[in-house]
Design a protein around this ligand. Structure first.
Ligand SMILES: Cc1cc2nc3c(=O)[nH]c(=O)nc-3n(C[C@H](O)[C@H](O)[C@H](O)COP(=O)(O)O)c2cc1C
Length: 212
């Protein structure tokens, strides 16, 4: 998307990232509900990023992502998308008490594109997907992503009619906005970390300096 006005360039960009590629997934309905609620706000820009659109195979890059030397076109395209956002809302199902393999694989592909950014979570499962989010918080820590406390947990039994059709309780709308309030505040703060000049040297405990 091309953006020309400087006020738009200052706008925080938030990706709503899907977490399932399964045929018949519930994920898309949940992600589109989050997007619709988010787009009523004026304090950030929101876009849906559907991992299914990127056709990522199981990680097939030879060089570790932390070195940023991507070889494959699918990785470069994914990196460009993720790198263009300041913050992320991960919409995750719970698979075997964790997030989905598809989302973990998509996250694993990249490194610097995630660093010093913020993330929030919307999850669903029999226990609201809480265990999936706990795992995602650990993964995010390794990628230097700050995860906000407020999260949205949807129940497969009460927020999906017949465990199928997404019919969220209205209280979850307030929860989405509470999570976005925190996400936008942290996302804006971390922009400053990313634009700060890179340190050329650091001090050890005895006061000597060494190159980093
Ligand atoms: C492989 C697999 C493992 C699952 N494990 C859990 C689980 O541990 N806890 C849970 O609450 N639901 C579990 N479920 C149910 C999913 O949360 C439910 O099917 C959900 O709709 C999956 O999200 P999706 O439809 O967007 O793919 C599991 C489903 C699958 C396919």
């Amino acid at each position: 998307m091309s953006r020309s006005a400087s006020s738009e360039d200052d706008m925080l960009r938030v990706a709503i990232v899907t977490g399932s590629t399964r045929p018949g997934r519930h994920n898309e309905a949940v992600a589109r509900w989050v997007l619709r609620l988010a787009q009523a706000r004026t304090d950030a820009e929101f876009e849906l990023v559907d991992i299914a659109d990127y056709n990522l195979p199981l990680l097939d890059e030879r060089i570790p992502p932390s070195l940023g030397r991507y070889q494959h076109e699918h990785t470069k395209t994914w990196a460009e998308t993720i790198g263009s956002f300041d913050a992320y809302v991960f919409v995750t199902p719970e698979y075997n008490h964790s997030t989905s393999g598809a989302l973990k694989n998509a996250i694993d592909y990249l490194y610097r594109e995630w660093n010093n950014k913020a993330a929030g979570f919307v999850s669903y499962g029999s226990a609201g997907g809480a265990r999936a989010v706990e795992h995602l918080r650990l993964i995010m820590a390794e990628l230097m992503v700050a995860t906000v406390r407020a999260q949205v947990m949807l129940s497969l039994s009460t927020d999906f009619e017949n465990f199928t059709t997404f019919t969220p309780d209205s209280r979850h709308e307030r929860e989405v906005h509470r999570m976005l309030d925190q996400l936008i505040a942290w996302g804006a703060a971390l922009k400053g970390v990313r634009t700060a000049p890179a340190p050329t040297a650091r001090h050890d405990l005895k006061g000597a300096t060494r190159d980093t």
